[in-house]
Design a protein around this ligand. Structure first.
Ligand code: PAF
Length: 282
């Protein structure tokens, strides 16, 4: 049977483990998660293993990135099965603090953002990136990993984290890994568990609509017409679209010259009570 990872509940405890590894000259990798681990997370762990000798997976459902109306209470919490999956991959450490450890009573410090955090998700979830950036900075400062892994599925999050790490001069290399998809194209997400069987079938429309819109753009068609077609396909399938846009892949700013800039298509849309996000390179 594979050895279980050591579970650390406090920052001090994690730091003691990391200091011991550092004294041995080992490289440390971190995979920040909110648990409910799926094969996308497992790919992040495998990729961390290629770059580090010791791996910390953090499991923390971060309250500050949820608005009061969102699914913080309902978010799946599956620590025992998450830890069993991580044992299979030989992960050495899990950092699973409680909310008080990350946000001690009376805490008054958060990270504020601009640049890639402006627009898109922020237009619909204004609290979100400040919560993400605050917790990710705390996790990186708790473990000071050499590398940390993030999925491209949350593309804007990845850009925000990269910018933050650059701006705060944190000594961690941020690695973004391609989105893992089901065979029918649906991007893996812990929130897919909320979909009814019928919604699960319809959910494939999001990646299909994006692929079709991307093909039209690549073929030299009008960007606005391609996006309008994509939005219409989603609405017709029963989605309520928050956004389907084409942006500069590095800055996430609106495209000044779509013909020569690196391009990323990003979408967020509701299917019933579930909000799905996805993105592709164009
Ligand atoms: O992508 C996630 O799972 C979360 O936003 C993260 C990066 C673990 C921060 O809570």
């Amino acid at each position: 049977m594979p050895a279980s990872p050591t579970i650390h509940r406090t920052v001090d405890d994690l730091r003691a483990a990391v200091s011991a590894w550092r004294r041995e000259g080992l490289r440390v990798g971190m995979v920040p998660t909110m648990g409910a681990l799926h094969s996308g997370h497992m790919e992040l762990v495998r990729a961390a293993r290629e770059r580090a000798d010791r791996i910390i997976v953090t499991i923390f459902v971060n309250p500050t990135q949820f608005a009061p109306t969102e699914d913080f209470g309902a978010y799946p919490r599956t620590e025992a099965s998450d830890v069993a999956k991580l044992a299979e991959l030989g992960v050495e450490a899990v950092f699973a603090p409680n909310a008080n450890e990350m946000y001690p009573a009376g805490y008054a410090t958060t990270v504020s953002l601009a640049g890639p955090a402006i627009g898109l998700e922020t237009d619909f979830r204004p609290h979100f990136f400040s919560g993400v950036a605050t917790v990710v900075s705390k996790l990186l400062i708790a473990g000071f990993p050499d590398v940390a892994m993030f999925g491209e599925k949350d593309y804007q999050q990845l850009m925000v984290v990269r910018q933050m790490v650059r701006d705060l001069r944190l000594p961690t290399e941020i690695i973004g890994l391609p989105t893992i998809r089901e065979a029918d194209g649906l991007a893996l997400s812990s929130r897919n568990a909320y979909l009814s069987p019928e919604e699960r079938q319809t959910a494939t429309t999001i990646s299909r609509a994006m692929r079709q819109a991307a093909e039209l753009v690549r073929a030299g068609g009008s960007v606005e017409a391609a996006l309008a077609e994509g939005r219409a396909a989603l609405t017709e399938a029963g989605f309520r679209v928050d956004y389907l846009v084409l942006r500069n892949a590095e800055t996430l700013a609106e495209l000044a010259n779509p013909a020569i800039e690196p391009r990323r298509m990003l979408a967020a849309a509701w299917l019933g009570k579930t909000r799905l996000i996805d993105n592709i390179a164009v």
